[in-house]
Ligand binder design. Structure first.
Ligand code: NAD
Ligand code: ZN
Length: 360
C-alpha cells in the first residue's frame, strides 16, 4: 500500500508492505537518495540484532555506503548525549548535505535519528523505517525530539522525513505488550476521525493482536492516512493537529507518575482516552462513546482503568506541568461522537480531577 503526505508544495511517500527491508535500495534510488554520500543507519540494540544486517547488506549490495549507530533500547536513548554521539559518528563517517539518516526502529529511534537529521548541517534528509505499531504514528508528521531530564520531547524540531518505509514483517518479533500499546494509537486515529474504522477494529481486534498480515496492513494504512491528512492540514500544530492529542493530557501525566516505566505510552493514553470519553458523555455525547471506547481498547489488550496506587494529586500535579495548563484550565480533546472530537481550550481541572478519581 502507498500513501502520500502532502504539505503545501512538498510531499513524501509512505510505503506499507511485507519485505520492504529487502527492497530498501530500490525505494531509496527511486526517491533520489544518491550513492555518492554515505548513509547513517540509526537503530537500537534490540532492533539492530534482528534487522540491521539485513538492511545494511541489501543497501551495500546495491552500491550504497553505510555506517550504523546502535543506541540502547528504550526511552533513555532519546537524550542529548546520544544525539551528540550520532553527530560524532556522522562527522567521522563524512556525512554531507546529500547524505541521509535512516531510522530503523520504534518511536524512540525515529525521534532521536530525526532530530539528529534536523540539526546536522542545519538539516539533512532522513528516512523512517518504523518497526513498531506505535511508530505508524511517530514516523508520520515530522515531529522529532530528544528529552531533557526535566521534560520529555522538549528539545526538538519539525523535520519531515523524505520517505516512510514500513515493513510489516518486522512487527512479528514485537512483544505482545508492545503490540497492544501500538494499537492504542490506531484506535485513537479511529476515535478522532472514523466511526466505521472503530467498528472494524471492534470486529478485528483479535486478528490485530495476532498480527494477521492482512488486518494489520489495513489498520496501519488507515492509521497513517488519518495522521497524514491531519498533518497536511496543520503541519505545525496551530490548531487542528491538536486533536491527535486525544487521551494524551491524562496519558502523559500517567506516564510521568509511573516514572516512564510502569505504563507504556499506549497503555497510558488508553486510560486517558477512557477518561476523555467519560468527560465527553458528561458534556452531552451519547453514552456509547464511553462504552465503545472502553470495549475496543480492552479488546486490544489495553488497560481501561487506573492502577489503584496512582495518586490523584500526583497526576494532577503532572498535568499542571503541561505547557497548555493555565489557572485551573487546560486544553483538552473531548469526544462528541465515535469518530469525532472537539478541542476544548477551557477545560476545568476540577472536572478532570473528578474523572481521574473515577477511573480507579
Ligand atoms: P520504542 O522505540 O522504545 O520501541 C519499544 C520497544 O520495542 C523497544 O525496546 C525496542 O527495542 C523494541 N522493538 C522495536 N521494534 C521491534 C521489533 N520489530 N521487534 C522486537 N522488538 C522491537 O517505543 P515506541 O513505542 O515505538 O515509541 C515510543 C516513542 O515514540 C516515545 O519516545 C514517544 O515520545 C515517541 N512518539 C513520538 C511521536 C511523534 O510524533 N514524533 C508520536 C508518538 C510517540
Ligand atoms: Zn501518542
Amino acid at each position: 500500500r502507498e500513501l502520500t503526505v502532502q504539505l503545501g508544495e512538498r510531499s513524501y511517500p509512505i510505503y506499507i508492505g511485507e519485505g520492504l527491508l529487502d527492497q530498501a535500495a530500490f525505494y531509496f534510488d527511486k526517491h533520489g537518495i544518491g550513492k555518492q554520500s554515505p548513509l547513517l543507519i540509526v537503530t537500537d540494540e534490540q532492533v539492530g540484532r534482528l534487522y540491521l544486517d539485513k538492511l545494511e547488506s541489501g543497501l551495500r549490495a546495491a552500491g550504497y555506503r553505510t555506517v550504523s549507530a546502535v543506541v540502547p533500547a528504550g526511552e533513555q536513548a532519546k537524550s542529548l548525549l546520544q544525539f551528540e554521539e550520532l553527530i560524532t559518528i556522522a562527522l567521522k563517517a563524512g556525512l554531507d548535505r546529500k547524505s541521509a539518516i535512516i531510522a530503523l526502529g520504534g518511536g524512540v529511534v525515529g525521534d532521536l535519528a530525526g532530530y539528529a537529521a534536523a540539526a546536522y548541517m542545519r538539516g539533512i534528509r532522513f528516512i523512517q523505517m518504523p518497526t513498531t505499531i506505535l511508530a505508524h504514528d511517530s514516523s508520520v508528521g515530522g515531529k522529532v525530539a530528544v528529552n531533557h531530564p526535566l521534560a520529555k520531547n522538549i528539545i526538538g524540531a519539525f523535520h519531515q522525513p523524505a520517505m516512510v518505509l514500513y515493513d510489516l514483517e518486522t512487527l512479528r518479533t514485537l512483544p505482545p505488550r508492545e503490540v497492544s500499546s501500538g494499537l492504542a494509537e490506531v484506535v485513537k486515529h479511529g476515535l478522532i476521525r472514523s466511526a466505521e474504522f472503530v467498528a472494524w477494529i471492534d470486529e478485528n481486534a483479535d486478528k490485530l493482536r495476532a498480527l494477521d498480515p492482512e488486518a494489520l496492513g489495513y489498520a496501519l494504512y488507515f492509521g497513517c492516512r488519518v495522521k497524514a491528512e491531519i498533518v497536511s492540514q496543520d503541519e505545525r500544530e496551530n490548531d487542528l493537529r491538536a486533536i491527535l492529542n486525544l487521551g494524551h493530557t491524562i496519558g502523559h501525566a500517567l506516564e510521568a507518575v509511573g516514572g516512564y516505566g510502569e505504563l507504556l505510552h499506549g497503555e497510558a493514553i488508553a486510560i486517558g482516552m477512557v477518561g476523555a470519553a467519560r468527560i465527553g458523555v458528561e458534556l452531552g455525547a451519547p453514552r456509547e462513546v464511553y462504552e465503545v471506547t472502553k470495549r475496543v481498547l480492552a479488546k486490544c489488550g489495553l488497560p481501561v482503568r487506573l492502577p489503584a496506587h496512582f495518586d490523584t494529586d500526583a497526576i494532577m500535579d503532572a498535568m499542571r506541568h503541561d505547557k497548555k495548563f493555565k489557572e485551573g484550565r487546560m486544553v483538552f480533546i473531548v469526544p462528541t461522537a465515535i469518530g469525532d472530537v472537539v478541542i476544548d481550550k477551557n477545560m476545568s481541572a476540577e472536572r478532570v480531577r473528578r474523572i481521574v478519581e473515577q477511573l480507579k
